[in-house]
Design a protein around this ligand. Structure first.
Ligand code: NZQ
Ligand code: ZN
Length: 387
């Protein structure tokens, strides 16, 4: 078991109606609020109106229109400018992971005098960030409980996962009822994202029985409850368990003491969504089974056998390689069964930029140090297999 130094300072407030506590929570941080949100879903579900009513005594400045795969320019830059102009005390992020990720970059940029890209690109370490409160409306990323934000810079095809302990939200509100309206497409993408977060922590060299059990349970819960959410979007129990599982997915708690994995599927997917602006969870679902098949060998075999038996209930008496291959087939079949397009061509990606993307990933993602090391040729092959 590896050493670790771990702290998650975020307060989680979970359940039906918890947003009523918003005024008391926000008052701890000050009166000047930057309210951030996306393309309008929070207005359709009545949450915008609810928040404005609850915070009628606060001074609210708004930043709207934050897109999926949030953009440095204009969203991060506009948010930083608004924070500085209005001397904002606290950011209130209402929406999915993209709105929250963008808000994290804004929070750090607002406390920095230079170009916020210096922070996102790790040129300069942030000294501080504005406090962030969020109401998360889509179960997927786990951004509500982690210190990462993923920001895209269109002109350079960069999509950078920016992590810093100053970025943990101070308080996250999670009311599963606000996820009832998430479309089947985004629900499925959220399931795939959280499953892949779990797999990125499960497929490692060195793990514990404890962590393997957490991860296997996460995967089973996400598959069972995720399917129920797709079949019946207003199933509170299923939406609630899916939401909590997604929250656990990304803050490292599932792999304390494990050796690092390098998060290879994320490294590859971030280039796909940087170059083609696709939905993150869909890109992951397409890449995952191809990555699995590519890294399956005598060394990785025991992990796949354990995964196949404990997650999919595959007959343990079968030959080990058969179990592993059946497990990979079952992974693919599950994603396909919840309606995810399983080929890159179906999400608008053809072979024309594969060489360029493979090179970009190999140079920027450090996957030669992953659990199963990947060089540029490996990455290219996984992308070709995913077409
Ligand atoms: O923009 P609006 O109108 O709000 O609509 C959004 C958006 O179109 C909609 N939506 C959100 N809540 C809804 C809703 N529609 C109906 N009802 C609701 N309650 O859903 C669409 C997608 O939203 P988005 O925020 O982009 O989705 P998600 O939460 O999956 O976030 C994806 C982003 O997070 C990054 C991804 O790379 C991607 O950029 N990630 C962040 C991570 C982190 N911070 O730890 C880890 C992940 O691995 C991931 O990379
Ligand atoms: Zn992810």
């Amino acid at each position: 078991m590896q050493n670790f130094d771990y702290q998650t300072p975020t307060r989680l407030i979970f359940g039906k109606g918890v947003v009523e506590k918003l005024p008391a929570v926000m008052a701890q941080f000050g009166k000047k609020i930057l309210l951030t949100y996306g393309g309008g879903s929070i207005k359709k579900i009545g949450l915008y109106q609810k928040v404005k009513g609850l915070l009628k005594d606060a001074e609210i400045v708004e930043l709207s229109g934050i897109q999926p795969n949030p953009k440095y320019n204009p969203s991060v830059l506009d948010g930083v400018r608004l924070c500085k102009e209005h001397k904002i005390d606290v950011i209130l992020s209402v929406g999915g992971g993209s709105v929250l990720d963008c808000s994290k970059a804004i929070a750090a940029g607002a406390c920095y005098d230079g170009d916020p890209w210096d922070l996102i690109s790790y040129k300069v370490k942030a000294k501080a960030a504005l406090p962030i409160v969020d109401i998360i409306t889509l179960a997927a990323t786990g951004s509500e409980y982690d210190c990462g934000g993923v920001i895209s810079r269109t002109e350079t095809n960069d999509k950078i996962g920016y992590m810093d302990p100053v970025l943990y939200p101070a308080v996250s509100f999670l009311d599963p009822e606000y996820t009832f309206t998430v479309s089947k497409k985004q629900t499925a993408a959220g399931i795939a994202d959280a499953m892949n977060h779990t797999m990125e922590q499960y497929f490692v060299e060195d793990s514990t029985l404890l962590n393997d059990g957490f991860c296997e349970s996460m995967l089973k819960s996400l598959m069972e409850n995720g399917r129920k959410c797709i079949e019946n979007p207003t199933d509170y129990t299923a939406r609630a368990e899916m939401m909590l599982a997604c929250t656990y997915g990304c803050n490292g708690i599932l792999s304390l003491g494990n050796s690092p994995s390098g998060w290879p599927c994320h490294g590859i997917e971030h280039a796909l969504s940087a170059y083609y602006d696709i939905t993150h969870g869909e890109g992951l679902a397409i890449i995952t089974p191809r990555w699995m098949r590519h890294i399956l060998n005598e060394h990785t075999l025991p992990r796949f056998v354990k995964y196949g038996i404990n997650v999919f209930g595959i007959d343990a008496s079968l030959d080990k390689m058969t179990i592993a291959n059946k497990a990979i087939d079952a992974t693919y079949a599950f994603f396909e069964s919840i309606g995810i397009p399983m080929h890159l061509r179906e999400v608008g990606i053809d072979e024309s930029r594969i060489d360029e993307m493979a090179h970009h990933i190999a140079v920027n993602e450090g996957l030669e140090h992953a659990y199963a090391p990947l060089n540029e040729q490996d990455i290219k092959q996984i992308l070709i297999d995913s077409l």
